[in-house]
Ligand binder design. Structure first.
Ligand code: ADP
Ligand code: G6P
Length: 457
């Protein structure tokens, strides 16, 4: 029995170094960060869009110790524009995160979405061998389960939706609401991060399709799909080990020595769902209210460029850069600047060194399917405090974090003070409880649990 994983984003992207050598660099984002270790563990095939160097159609990964085969689909320029930037990231992404004002629902991009989903499904059917398990991922590929089911009526097909499932009223703004649900309900098992998302999905199935729901199932056209609420985990031990390695400890010390202040940290893809402007505004309000903190606290924001061909993302970048400039212009003195802004992806080691160096981690999305950064920080930190938005899926599992409403800028500024002043004993106790829970449902348990349930269908 083999495992076939299908996602839009590939786990590693090929980059040619200056020496001409080809390197496969890990992609940045929650989905691939989670699934690569899972498939390394299980072995099998991964089907994804080959964005860079599309002439490479297959490769064994990871490069230095291959564990699975990556099959790369070559998308045309028009497909990338309409399927990826268009429908996936101008319609489904904002709609699912409750940003209806940012959606663009266009028939042309919907058609491209259908066609590209068909291409992914076809690639899966071609790779399929009797008995394989097929596991499709995320909003870019919602129609794939139904399309595979039509070709392989008896295949076992799972689907995981990695982003929020919105309330039915919001979902119904999508002109192709029926088609999307019908596509997903081709799967035998559908996973989401929280029980709320599952409930909203079932309500949408009832209202939009008139499907029957009972317990954790949805019956639609003589086929039963089972729902499971299972938040994704991380490789806790890998983070703990990396965080306590001499190289990372040294790098963390270097970061602290360079800044010489307490450190507030933000780490995100530069996405309007992540609440970065609100976080900056809250820090500004905090400095206004507490002049004594000037020179003593720095906000270090690491943002990785994302989806820059979409207008909303370009606007966000300009907004964030403007805010950083304004806040630094207002508060900078005697060699201290309040905000350090890094606009690039960083390596895993550098990332963990920053988690390790931080006094307070700010994870304040306006809406987020889960948010892995929160979990990665909790696994890596020595004695830091996690501030976490109540609108991140991870909030359900992380009650020891200081939970905030990111829309409440003054409230967030108040929580910053609370975090910076928290006694050491309390910080350690909170982190320990967070870590225990992370260990109980780590990444392997998440993936294996899903795969086992799928195998049993
Ligand atoms: P999303 O999936 O929306 O990007 P998550 O928080 O779930 O959000 O996952 C983001 C992943 O990308 C995490 O594994 C995180 O470590 C990584 N990441 C985010 N920003 C950066 C960055 N600037 N540099 C390197 N890795 C990053
Ligand atoms: C989120 C989505 C993933 C996506 C990732 C990065 O985690 O759930 O499906 O891959 O963001 O976004 P990108 O558009 O670069 O793939």
């Amino acid at each position: 029995m083999g495992l076939i994983i299908i996602s839009n984003r590939e786990p590693y992207a090929p980059k040619r170094g200056e020496d001409g050598e080809l390197r496969w660099v890990p992609s940045i984002g929650g989905l691939t960060a989670a699934l690569d270790p899972a498939l390394q563990h299980a072995g099998g095939t991964w089907i994804a869009w080959g964005e860079e160097l599309p002439e490479i159609s297959e490769v064994d990964l990871p490069q230095d110790a291959p564990r699975y085969r990556l099959k790369r689909l070559r998308l045309s320029e028009a497909e990338v524009r309409d399927f990826y930037y268009g429908f996936s990231n101008r319609a489904l992404w904002p709609m699912s995160h409750y940003f209806i004002g940012r959606t663009k629902y266009q028939t042309a991009t919907w058609r491209a979405y259908v066609n590209v989903n068909r291409r992914f499904a076809k690639a899966a059917v071609e790779s399929y061998r009797e008995g394989d398990l097929i596991w499709v991922h995320d909003y870019q590929l919602a129609l794939v389960p139904r399309m595979i089911r039509e070709a392989l009526p008896h295949a076992r097909i799972g689907f995981f939706w990695h982003i929020p499932w919105p309330s039915a009223e919001v979902f119904r703004t999508l002109p192709w609401d029926r088609e999307l649900l019908d596509g997903l309900l081709g799967a035998d098992l559908i996973g989401m991060h929280t029980q709320d998302y599952v409930r909203y999905f079932q309500i949408a199935c009832e209202r939009v399709l008139g499907a029957e729901t009972e317990g954790d199932t949805v019956r639609w056209q003589d086929h039963i799909s089972r729902m499971v609420a299972r938040p994704i985990g991380i490789e806790v031990e890998t983070f703990e080990e990396l965080a306590t390695s001499p190289e990372v400890e040294e790098e963390a010390d270097r970061i602290r020595r360079t800044l010489q202040t307490q450190i507030l940290l933000g780490v995100d893809r530069l996405d309007y769902t992540k609440g970065i402007p609100e976080r900056l505004e809250a820090f500004d309000a905090f400095l206004d209210r507490h002049p004594e903190a000037r020179g003593r606290v720095t906000l270090l924001q690491i943002a990785v460029p994302s989806r820059e061909r979409v207008e909303s993302y370009r606007q966000l970048r300009a907004q964030v850069e403007g805010l950083v400039g304004r806040i630094n212009g207002k508060h900078t003195r005697d060699g201290w600047s309040p905000v350090q802004y890094i606009y690039r992806g960083v390596s895993r080691e550098e990332l963990v060194a920053h988690y390790r160096a931080a006094d307070v981690m700010l994870v304040t999305p306006l809406r987020d399917g889960l948010n892995l950064v929160a979990k990665e920080f909790a696994a890596s930190s020595r004695d830091g405090v996690l501030i976490l938005s109540r609108f991140a899926g991870a909030a359900d599992e992380m009650p020891e974090a200081l939970q905030v409403n990111p829309y409440n800028v003054d409230g967030l500024a108040g929580t910053l003070l609370e975090a910076l002043q928290m006694p050491l004993d309390e910080k350690k106790a909170r982190l320990q409880r967070l870590r225990e829970r992370l260990k109980q449902s780590d990444l392997h348990a998440w993936a294996e649990g899903f795969i086992q349930e799928l195998a049993a269908t």
